[in-house]
Design a protein around this ligand. Structure first.
Ligand code: BV8
Ligand code: ZN
Length: 247
Protein backbone atom coordinates (compact mmCIF):
# COMPACT_ATOMS: atom_id res chain seq x y z
CA UNK A 1 0.00 0.00 0.00
CA UNK A 2 1.58 3.32 -1.08
CA UNK A 3 -0.45 5.46 1.33
CA UNK A 4 1.57 7.73 3.65
CA UNK A 5 1.07 7.47 7.42
CA UNK A 6 0.51 11.21 7.68
CA UNK A 7 -2.42 10.94 5.25
CA UNK A 8 -3.98 8.17 7.36
CA UNK A 9 -3.49 10.39 10.43
CA UNK A 10 -4.98 13.41 8.63
CA UNK A 11 -8.05 11.40 7.59
CA UNK A 12 -8.42 9.96 11.13
CA UNK A 13 -8.23 13.45 12.67
CA UNK A 14 -10.85 14.83 10.28
CA UNK A 15 -13.19 11.98 11.23
CA UNK A 16 -12.46 12.26 14.99
CA UNK A 17 -13.32 15.98 14.94
CA UNK A 18 -16.46 15.48 12.83
CA UNK A 19 -19.94 15.75 14.28
CA UNK A 20 -21.63 14.34 11.16
CA UNK A 21 -19.83 12.00 8.72
CA UNK A 22 -21.43 11.15 5.38
CA UNK A 23 -19.81 8.27 3.48
CA UNK A 24 -20.28 7.65 -0.25
CA UNK A 25 -19.22 4.27 -1.64
CA UNK A 26 -19.05 2.68 -5.07
CA UNK A 27 -18.10 -0.63 -6.65
CA UNK A 28 -14.46 -0.30 -5.52
CA UNK A 29 -15.30 -1.12 -1.91
CA UNK A 30 -16.70 -4.50 -3.05
CA UNK A 31 -13.75 -5.22 -5.37
CA UNK A 32 -11.78 -6.99 -2.61
CA UNK A 33 -14.83 -9.17 -1.99
CA UNK A 34 -14.44 -10.41 -5.56
CA UNK A 35 -17.19 -8.29 -7.16
CA UNK A 36 -15.79 -6.77 -10.39
CA UNK A 37 -16.03 -2.99 -10.75
CA UNK A 38 -17.91 -1.40 -13.66
CA UNK A 39 -15.21 0.65 -15.28
CA UNK A 40 -12.21 -1.40 -14.38
CA UNK A 41 -12.30 -4.20 -16.97
CA UNK A 42 -13.25 -2.02 -19.93
CA UNK A 43 -16.76 -1.42 -18.56
CA UNK A 44 -17.98 -4.89 -19.45
CA UNK A 45 -20.05 -7.08 -17.16
CA UNK A 46 -20.55 -10.72 -18.21
CA UNK A 47 -19.67 -9.50 -21.71
CA UNK A 48 -22.44 -6.90 -21.56
CA UNK A 49 -22.07 -3.11 -21.60
CA UNK A 50 -23.78 -1.70 -18.52
CA UNK A 51 -25.33 1.10 -20.55
CA UNK A 52 -27.01 -1.51 -22.84
CA UNK A 53 -28.53 -3.78 -20.17
CA UNK A 54 -28.97 -1.41 -17.21
CA UNK A 55 -31.67 0.68 -18.95
CA UNK A 56 -35.49 0.52 -19.22
CA UNK A 57 -35.11 0.50 -23.01
CA UNK A 58 -32.82 -2.54 -22.80
CA UNK A 59 -35.29 -4.32 -20.53
CA UNK A 60 -38.27 -3.57 -22.76
CA UNK A 61 -36.36 -4.68 -25.86
CA UNK A 62 -35.03 -7.95 -24.44
CA UNK A 63 -36.06 -8.76 -20.84
CA UNK A 64 -34.51 -12.26 -21.07
CA UNK A 65 -31.08 -10.76 -21.90
CA UNK A 66 -31.34 -8.30 -19.00
CA UNK A 67 -32.44 -11.04 -16.59
CA UNK A 68 -29.55 -13.27 -17.76
CA UNK A 69 -27.22 -10.39 -16.83
CA UNK A 70 -28.79 -9.78 -13.43
CA UNK A 71 -29.27 -13.45 -12.54
CA UNK A 72 -25.56 -14.00 -13.22
CA UNK A 73 -24.70 -11.14 -10.82
CA UNK A 74 -27.21 -12.36 -8.23
CA UNK A 75 -25.77 -15.88 -8.33
CA UNK A 76 -22.24 -14.49 -8.02
CA UNK A 77 -23.28 -12.47 -4.95
CA UNK A 78 -24.24 -15.67 -3.10
CA UNK A 79 -20.54 -16.56 -2.76
CA UNK A 80 -19.49 -13.03 -1.84
CA UNK A 81 -18.79 -11.76 1.68
CA UNK A 82 -18.11 -8.27 3.04
CA UNK A 83 -14.41 -7.38 3.22
CA UNK A 84 -12.39 -5.45 5.83
CA UNK A 85 -13.37 -2.17 4.19
CA UNK A 86 -17.10 -2.82 4.73
CA UNK A 87 -16.45 -3.73 8.39
CA UNK A 88 -14.30 -0.62 8.88
CA UNK A 89 -17.16 1.60 7.64
CA UNK A 90 -19.52 -0.10 10.12
CA UNK A 91 -16.92 0.61 12.84
CA UNK A 92 -16.61 4.30 11.85
CA UNK A 93 -20.41 4.58 12.15
CA UNK A 94 -20.04 3.51 15.80
CA UNK A 95 -17.11 5.86 16.45
CA UNK A 96 -18.64 9.19 15.32
CA UNK A 97 -21.65 11.12 16.69
CA UNK A 98 -23.73 10.99 13.49
CA UNK A 99 -23.13 8.87 10.36
CA UNK A 100 -24.94 8.23 7.07
CA UNK A 101 -23.65 5.80 4.42
CA UNK A 102 -24.82 6.54 0.87
CA UNK A 103 -23.97 3.64 -1.43
CA UNK A 104 -24.19 3.30 -5.20
CA UNK A 105 -23.70 -0.42 -4.76
CA UNK A 106 -26.64 -2.79 -5.12
CA UNK A 107 -24.95 -5.80 -3.46
CA UNK A 108 -26.18 -5.33 0.13
CA UNK A 109 -22.69 -5.98 1.56
CA UNK A 110 -22.68 -2.88 3.79
CA UNK A 111 -25.73 -4.07 5.70
CA UNK A 112 -24.22 -7.59 5.98
CA UNK A 113 -21.11 -5.99 7.55
CA UNK A 114 -23.21 -4.23 10.18
CA UNK A 115 -23.68 -0.74 8.73
CA UNK A 116 -27.03 0.56 10.01
CA UNK A 117 -27.81 3.90 8.41
CA UNK A 118 -27.45 2.92 4.73
CA UNK A 119 -29.07 4.70 1.75
CA UNK A 120 -29.07 2.54 -1.41
CA UNK A 121 -29.42 5.28 -4.00
CA UNK A 122 -29.19 2.83 -6.91
CA UNK A 123 -31.54 0.28 -5.34
CA UNK A 124 -30.74 -3.35 -4.57
CA UNK A 125 -30.09 -6.38 -6.77
CA UNK A 126 -31.46 -8.57 -3.93
CA UNK A 127 -34.95 -7.16 -4.40
CA UNK A 128 -37.37 -7.73 -7.31
CA UNK A 129 -40.33 -5.51 -8.28
CA UNK A 130 -43.38 -6.16 -10.43
CA UNK A 131 -43.60 -3.76 -13.38
CA UNK A 132 -47.41 -3.98 -13.27
CA UNK A 133 -48.52 -3.86 -9.62
CA UNK A 134 -45.28 -2.56 -8.10
CA UNK A 135 -45.14 -5.37 -5.51
CA UNK A 136 -41.61 -5.90 -4.16
CA UNK A 137 -39.89 -8.77 -2.35
CA UNK A 138 -36.40 -9.84 -1.27
CA UNK A 139 -35.44 -12.62 -3.69
CA UNK A 140 -31.74 -12.79 -2.77
CA UNK A 141 -31.76 -16.53 -2.06
CA UNK A 142 -34.11 -17.56 -4.86
CA UNK A 143 -33.16 -19.14 -8.15
CA UNK A 144 -35.32 -17.02 -10.44
CA UNK A 145 -36.53 -18.34 -13.82
CA UNK A 146 -35.29 -16.60 -16.97
CA UNK A 147 -38.47 -14.46 -16.99
CA UNK A 148 -39.77 -14.15 -13.39
CA UNK A 149 -43.48 -13.33 -13.11
CA UNK A 150 -45.43 -11.74 -10.26
CA UNK A 151 -47.42 -14.25 -8.17
CA UNK A 152 -50.00 -11.60 -7.34
CA UNK A 153 -50.88 -10.24 -10.77
CA UNK A 154 -48.91 -12.22 -13.36
CA UNK A 155 -46.92 -9.14 -14.38
CA UNK A 156 -43.23 -9.25 -15.27
CA UNK A 157 -40.71 -8.82 -12.44
CA UNK A 158 -37.60 -6.60 -12.75
CA UNK A 159 -34.55 -6.12 -10.51
CA UNK A 160 -35.29 -3.28 -8.05
CA UNK A 161 -32.24 -1.29 -9.14
CA UNK A 162 -32.09 2.22 -10.64
CA UNK A 163 -31.22 1.96 -14.34
CA UNK A 164 -29.66 4.68 -16.48
CA UNK A 165 -32.22 7.34 -17.43
CA UNK A 166 -34.30 6.41 -14.37
CA UNK A 167 -34.87 8.81 -11.51
CA UNK A 168 -33.31 7.88 -8.19
CA UNK A 169 -35.84 6.86 -5.51
CA UNK A 170 -37.37 10.05 -4.09
CA UNK A 171 -36.99 9.07 -0.42
CA UNK A 172 -33.37 7.91 -0.91
CA UNK A 173 -32.46 11.14 -2.71
CA UNK A 174 -34.11 13.28 -0.01
CA UNK A 175 -32.25 11.43 2.76
CA UNK A 176 -28.99 11.68 0.83
CA UNK A 177 -29.49 15.42 0.28
CA UNK A 178 -30.05 15.94 3.99
CA UNK A 179 -26.87 14.04 4.93
CA UNK A 180 -24.77 15.82 2.30
CA UNK A 181 -25.95 19.24 3.52
CA UNK A 182 -25.49 18.40 7.22
CA UNK A 183 -22.16 16.59 7.14
CA UNK A 184 -18.86 18.21 8.06
CA UNK A 185 -16.83 15.36 6.57
CA UNK A 186 -17.58 13.32 3.45
CA UNK A 187 -15.70 10.02 3.23
CA UNK A 188 -15.69 8.83 -0.42
CA UNK A 189 -14.46 5.30 -1.15
CA UNK A 190 -14.31 3.10 -4.23
CA UNK A 191 -16.08 5.24 -6.77
CA UNK A 192 -14.81 6.67 -10.05
CA UNK A 193 -17.22 9.61 -9.79
CA UNK A 194 -18.60 9.09 -13.30
CA UNK A 195 -22.28 8.40 -12.65
CA UNK A 196 -24.57 11.32 -11.83
CA UNK A 197 -26.03 12.53 -9.52
CA UNK A 198 -23.84 10.58 -7.00
CA UNK A 199 -20.71 12.00 -8.62
CA UNK A 200 -21.74 15.49 -7.51
CA UNK A 201 -22.33 14.69 -3.85
CA UNK A 202 -18.75 15.39 -2.71
CA UNK A 203 -18.68 18.69 -4.60
CA UNK A 204 -21.98 19.74 -2.95
CA UNK A 205 -20.54 18.83 0.47
CA UNK A 206 -17.26 20.68 -0.15
CA UNK A 207 -19.25 23.79 -1.20
CA UNK A 208 -20.56 24.20 2.35
CA UNK A 209 -17.13 23.57 3.86
CA UNK A 210 -17.15 19.82 4.48
CA UNK A 211 -13.76 18.12 4.35
CA UNK A 212 -13.56 15.41 1.65
CA UNK A 213 -11.57 12.20 2.10
CA UNK A 214 -11.16 10.07 -1.07
CA UNK A 215 -10.05 6.42 -0.85
CA UNK A 216 -9.22 5.07 -4.29
CA UNK A 217 -6.08 3.43 -5.74
CA UNK A 218 -6.62 5.45 -8.94
CA UNK A 219 -7.29 9.15 -9.53
CA UNK A 220 -11.04 9.84 -9.53
CA UNK A 221 -13.36 12.74 -10.27
CA UNK A 222 -12.92 13.70 -6.60
CA UNK A 223 -9.17 14.28 -6.84
CA UNK A 224 -9.64 18.04 -7.49
CA UNK A 225 -11.94 18.52 -4.46
CA UNK A 226 -10.50 16.17 -1.84
CA UNK A 227 -8.92 17.44 1.39
CA UNK A 228 -7.12 14.13 1.90
CA UNK A 229 -6.55 11.57 -0.90
CA UNK A 230 -5.51 8.00 0.01
CA UNK A 231 -4.32 6.04 -3.02
CA UNK A 232 -4.80 2.52 -1.74
CA UNK A 233 -7.39 -0.26 -1.61
CA UNK A 234 -10.29 0.46 0.76
CA UNK A 235 -9.92 -3.00 2.35
CA UNK A 236 -6.54 -1.84 3.72
CA UNK A 237 -6.92 1.96 3.99
CA UNK A 238 -10.24 2.07 5.88
CA UNK A 239 -9.10 -0.34 8.64
CA UNK A 240 -5.88 1.69 8.96
CA UNK A 241 -7.96 4.86 9.43
CA UNK A 242 -10.08 3.13 12.11
CA UNK A 243 -6.89 2.05 13.95
CA UNK A 244 -5.61 5.63 13.86
CA UNK A 245 -8.99 6.95 15.12
CA UNK A 246 -8.80 4.59 18.11
CA UNK A 247 -5.12 5.28 18.91
C1 BV8 B 1 -30.64 10.18 -13.55
C2 BV8 B 1 -27.59 0.24 -10.85
C3 BV8 B 1 -32.28 11.85 -13.79
C4 BV8 B 1 -27.74 -0.82 -11.85
C5 BV8 B 1 -26.34 2.11 -11.82
C6 BV8 B 1 -26.11 11.31 -20.92
C7 BV8 B 1 -27.10 10.50 -21.41
C8 BV8 B 1 -27.99 9.82 -20.57
C9 BV8 B 1 -27.88 9.94 -19.18
C10 BV8 B 1 -26.88 10.77 -18.72
C11 BV8 B 1 -26.00 11.45 -19.55
N1 BV8 B 1 -25.15 12.16 -18.77
C12 BV8 B 1 -25.44 11.94 -17.48
C13 BV8 B 1 -26.50 11.11 -17.45
C14 BV8 B 1 -27.16 10.65 -16.27
C15 BV8 B 1 -26.72 9.20 -16.00
C16 BV8 B 1 -25.21 9.14 -15.91
O1 BV8 B 1 -24.62 9.58 -14.94
N2 BV8 B 1 -24.55 8.54 -16.94
C17 BV8 B 1 -23.11 8.42 -16.90
C18 BV8 B 1 -22.69 7.07 -17.51
C19 BV8 B 1 -22.52 9.62 -17.66
N3 BV8 B 1 -27.29 8.92 -14.71
C20 BV8 B 1 -28.54 8.43 -14.67
O2 BV8 B 1 -29.17 8.08 -15.64
C21 BV8 B 1 -29.12 8.36 -13.26
N4 BV8 B 1 -30.44 8.89 -13.29
O3 BV8 B 1 -29.75 10.93 -13.88
O4 BV8 B 1 -31.97 10.54 -13.40
C22 BV8 B 1 -32.75 11.72 -15.20
C23 BV8 B 1 -33.92 11.03 -15.43
C24 BV8 B 1 -34.38 10.92 -16.74
C25 BV8 B 1 -33.64 11.49 -17.82
C26 BV8 B 1 -32.41 12.15 -17.54
C27 BV8 B 1 -31.95 12.26 -16.24
C28 BV8 B 1 -29.19 6.90 -12.81
C29 BV8 B 1 -27.79 6.40 -12.52
C30 BV8 B 1 -27.88 5.03 -11.88
C31 BV8 B 1 -27.48 3.97 -12.89
N5 BV8 B 1 -27.43 2.68 -12.20
N6 BV8 B 1 -26.36 0.94 -11.18
C32 BV8 B 1 -26.74 -1.91 -11.59
O5 BV8 B 1 -25.82 -1.76 -10.76
O6 BV8 B 1 -26.90 -2.92 -12.26
S1 BV8 B 1 -24.85 2.86 -12.11
C33 BV8 B 1 -23.52 1.87 -11.74
O7 BV8 B 1 -22.42 2.78 -11.72
C34 BV8 B 1 -23.48 1.23 -10.34
O8 BV8 B 1 -24.55 1.59 -9.50
C35 BV8 B 1 -22.20 1.80 -9.75
O9 BV8 B 1 -22.23 1.84 -8.40
C36 BV8 B 1 -22.23 3.13 -10.38
C37 BV8 B 1 -21.04 4.00 -10.25
O10 BV8 B 1 -19.89 3.27 -10.60
P1 BV8 B 1 -18.78 3.14 -9.45
O11 BV8 B 1 -19.43 2.60 -8.23
O12 BV8 B 1 -18.04 4.42 -9.32
O13 BV8 B 1 -17.87 2.00 -10.04
P2 BV8 B 1 -16.71 2.20 -11.09
O14 BV8 B 1 -16.38 0.84 -11.62
O15 BV8 B 1 -17.05 3.31 -12.02
O16 BV8 B 1 -15.48 2.73 -10.22
C38 BV8 B 1 -14.91 1.91 -9.23
C39 BV8 B 1 -13.81 2.72 -8.61
O17 BV8 B 1 -13.25 1.95 -7.57
C40 BV8 B 1 -12.69 3.04 -9.58
O18 BV8 B 1 -12.35 4.42 -9.46
C41 BV8 B 1 -11.53 2.17 -9.10
O19 BV8 B 1 -10.29 2.85 -9.25
C42 BV8 B 1 -11.84 2.04 -7.64
N7 BV8 B 1 -11.34 0.81 -7.01
C43 BV8 B 1 -10.99 -0.36 -7.59
N8 BV8 B 1 -10.57 -1.23 -6.62
C44 BV8 B 1 -10.66 -0.57 -5.43
C45 BV8 B 1 -11.14 0.72 -5.67
N9 BV8 B 1 -11.34 1.63 -4.70
C46 BV8 B 1 -11.04 1.24 -3.44
N10 BV8 B 1 -10.57 0.02 -3.13
C47 BV8 B 1 -10.36 -0.91 -4.09
N11 BV8 B 1 -9.89 -2.12 -3.76
ZN1 ZN C 1 -47.65 -7.74 -9.85
Amino acid sequence: MVVRDEDIAAAANLLKQATYVCALTGAGVSAESGVPTFRGGGGLWEGERLEDVATPQGFRADPKRVWRFYNARRRQLRAVRPNAGHYALAEIERLVPRFTLITQNVDGLHQLAGSRNVIEIHGSIRTVRCVTCGGERDAADEDLPELPMCERCGGLLRPAVVWFHEMLPQDAMAAADEAIEACDVMLVAGTSGVVQPAASFAIWASRHGAGVIDVNPDPSAFTPVHTVGLAGPSGEVLPAIVEAMKA
